[in-house]
Design a protein around this ligand. Sequence first.
Ligand SMILES: *[C@@H]1O[C@H](CO)[C@@H](O)[C@H](O)[C@H]1NC(C)=O
Length: 489
Amino acid sequence: MLNGPLLLLGAVFLLSSAALFISRNERRDIILGWLHLKRRRHSGSRTPPLSLSPEKKKSQSISAPDYSTTFPSSRRSILAETELPSTLAEAVTASHSDWTKRMLPMKASYLEATDCTYTPCEFSIAEIKALGDFPDYATLSGVPLPKPYHDFDIKKAFPRPYRPFRWAYHQTMSLTKMEPDWWLELENTYEKRMKQRANLLTERGDAVLQALEGSELACKELMEMALQFLCARYPQYFSLNASKMVFHNDILKTETDLRETPPLHVIFQNIPEDFAIMLRNEKTGYYVFRAGIICSALGWNVGTKIGLHLHEIHAPIPDYKEKMQFSMDRYFAKKPTDKPIQRGSWGLEVDQPLFMPPGDSHENYRGYQMPDLELSRCHLRVDWQTLRRLPLSGAVVFNFKALFTPVKEFRDEPYVPGLILKVLNEGKKELMEYKNAWHTEHVVKPALEAFHAEQVAKGIVKGDWEPQTLDESPWFPRWEAKWHRQQGF
Ligand SMILES: *[C@@H]1O[C@H](CO)[C@@H](O)[C@H](O)[C@H]1NC(C)=O
């Protein structure tokens, strides 16, 4: 039971991204289809889907689109702006018209490839080697480095209070451009999370971290981009000695030897976030999960999904093939490097379940409404997600962090209690089941009703306010004041 809905979380994320690139009608079909699939699943209804005619269904299942000659738009022309050896700079401007025929195979390491082999982003291995370690990824990717956050104090920092609640639910896609300053967001749980994750790796090994052959370039690239981000964003805590190839972490008081440590482990030892790296299959143009760190997913992990194509990852989801696969695969095939995206998905939880492999005992909490459940144990869990393409390898990286907020916090957040209530009360039943909210509702709903009534009584919210997605979404009015007050900076 758990697996399907939770996987859908990922699918919906991708679906919303895909929606940027499809027509309104297609989008409606997909949304209807998605609602339908949930409805059918739970009711056992025998009614055929409303949104797909038999002909359409037939044609979709027969012809999977061919993406073998579809490539993301290349940013290779930007090489002219970087410092390359002059001989190479000449080669760069020379003809390479048949580059698509010399594609680096998905399972091949760039370290063993010949110089005139190309990545899906049209960079040759010679160019990539000439760029060396820690090239200027901001220029290469078109995504600027973050601004330094000098006031930041890791001991006091709270994550921004993400409240990604929407009503009417399907009126808008909750997808926005990624904010370059906030790709990786540290906060006061940093040290605790790092310890939890280290224990998890010791206990679970391959289930939470793996890098398959062929992912060498993508892993190195992601690691270098992530360290560049940390050094630029939090210069008080992180520095890189590029000549010694040592990374300094002044929060943990550690040094990471970049020559000795595999790239995913460098990330793992410094960043408490999850990453899934998808590589392009050079024969089909479809994307495959080839490397990643997953320590905070509910119902799946690296071990259960590594090596699978996008559609195989989502195979347990009913109707995924008919309704979503097309848009999703096309979105991945074309996703531009300079247009990363972000979004939040949410659920309500008892305590703070962070990592829940299939069969975990925490699943039991979801099956019933604990009579003596206290409000203080009820939390909002937001998975704040980003999706971006790496400029050189062309890998697509899905990244997220899980953030917990006690439900009690909503009391002084204008409109938030009323808005969640609306979603809990009137959201599609199926959607709410997938949110796993039910097991907390008997405690959370009365609390939210009281908070909302109090906000109306105080004049913070007008009595006749119709709950709807807030202009400040995914935040709420005056959120920054509360956030700064909580942190003390
Ligand atoms: C890097 O390490 C070398 C050798 O210890 C040292 O001489 C140099 O000053 C260091 N560079 C930075 C930027 O700290």
